[in-house]
Write a protein that binds this ligand. Structure first.
Ligand code: ATP
Ligand code: LTN
Length: 331
């Protein structure tokens, strides 16, 4: 494979790309693209595990792709593509399904949460979701997977599947490691600061999109839930204020200690306003670039096509190796 270690990650095109997704995952994707061989997918096959409206789904997937580029992911450095454009993902997922136990999938936190939430549609895909994710990662002989803290369990099962397969058939897959940031691995809801900020939260005030209008961003930060004290401190019993401090620090590059020193006694109103302003400032150029890209669908299509071709040729090597090792007749 490539000489540089491989990085793989993806986001499923559901809801909106939030500042939580950006801080927990995408900001690392950006940092890594200069020094590693990076592959970033739009995990559209994963999104099928919950019911989608076809026209909206297609538009959202394209919009997410434009947001990848607008954030600064660079097709001349990283492979950017749609998972569904590379059939090897589904192919390897099927094979790996046969090396994964039902019990392992049933105890995944995300499966339990999603099956509680979508009681009318607990489908096979929802159960084997982590196997498709393992296929994504293992197809490219990935070393590192930059994700938020919530994906740690899925990375562990990916490693288990890889090790199990390697033990059965000799070294086939590189065993990947999760790459989780020290700060910002879990950004919390602005309305319920003990719950994860989720891209599909039904409460529109809970999450902020990276391409949101400045007025709306400001409104959400001004309304962010804090507590009944007045001091700005980073403490476990102050989840709202602590979450805002993490966001503020990630937006400005200032440390939490510096920010606490600066805002300790300014009062929440001014603090929340300035966090909002930092978010607006950080994402204004991304929003402008996004709007420009969405007017150039032909360019997006070219980038996606080239990305899929590169990804497919890399994936083909692993798939051929796997088929040979398990004893399928070579075509
Ligand atoms: P959903 O709520 O629809 O399940 P999600 O918000 O968890 O979606 P994903 O597509 O599952 O988003 O995650 C994309 C990436 O963003 C993953 O690497 C995930 O770990 C990371 N991530 C998601 N939410 C947060 C968060 N609140 N804080 C930090 N990282 C996050
Ligand atoms: N399940 C992931 C999205 C995802 C992913 C991947 C992340 C799909 N395939 C491969 C890392 C590597 C999530 O964040 N919900």
């Amino acid at each position: 494979m490539e000489k540089k270690p491989v990085i793989y990650s993806g986001i499923q095109p559901t809801g909106i790309i939030t500042i939580g997704n950006y801080i927990g995952a995408m900001s690392n994707w950006l940092r890594l693209q200069d020094d590693y061989f990076c592959i970033y997918g739009i995990a559209d096959l994963h999104a099928l595990t919950v019911r989608q409206v076809p026209a909206e789904f297609r538009a959202r997937a394209l919009s997410f792709f434009a947001q990848y580029l607008a954030c600064g992911l660079d097709p001349s450095k990283a492979v950017l593509y749609f998972q569904s454009h590379v059939p090897a993902h589904a192919e390897l997922a099927w094979i790996l399904n046969c090396y994964t136990y039902i019990g392992e999938m049933q105890r995944m936190t995300q499966f339990k949460e999603k099956s509680d939430k979508h009681t009318d549609n607990i489908n096979m895909g929802l159960l084997s979701y982590p196997v498709l994710m393992a296929a994504d990662i293992l197809l490219y002989q990935t070393s590192l997977v930059p994700v938020g803290a919530d994906q740690k369990q899925h990375l562990e099962i990916t490693r288990d599947i890889a090790i199990r397969f390697n033990n059965l058939y000799s070294e086939t897959f590189k065993v990947p490691e999760a790459y989780i940031p020290k700060q910002g691995a879990k950004i919390f809801s602005l309305q319920e600061p003990t719950a994860k900020m989720s891209k599909s939260d039904p409460d529109p005030n809970a999450a902020v999109s990276i391409i949101e209008e400045p007025d709306s961003i400001m409104r959400k930060f001004k309304r962010a839930v804090t507590d009944c004290e007045t001091v700005v401190e980073y403490r476990e019993d102050k989840p709202g204020v602590s979450n805002l401090l993490t966001i503020f620090s990630e937006m400005t590059g200032k440390s939490i200690e510096e920010l606490v020193a600066e805002y300790h006694d300014t009062g929440y109103a001014r603090f929340k306003k300035e966090v909002g302003e930092a978010v607006v400032e950080k994402f204004a150029p991304i929003r402008a670039e996004y709007n420009r890209l969405m007017d150039d669908k032909a360019y997006l299509a070219v980038v996606a096509k080239e990305g899929a071709e590169k990804a497919a040729s890399l994936a083909a090597r692993t798939i051929a190796k796997v088929k040979r090792k398990i004893g399928l007749v070579v075509r």
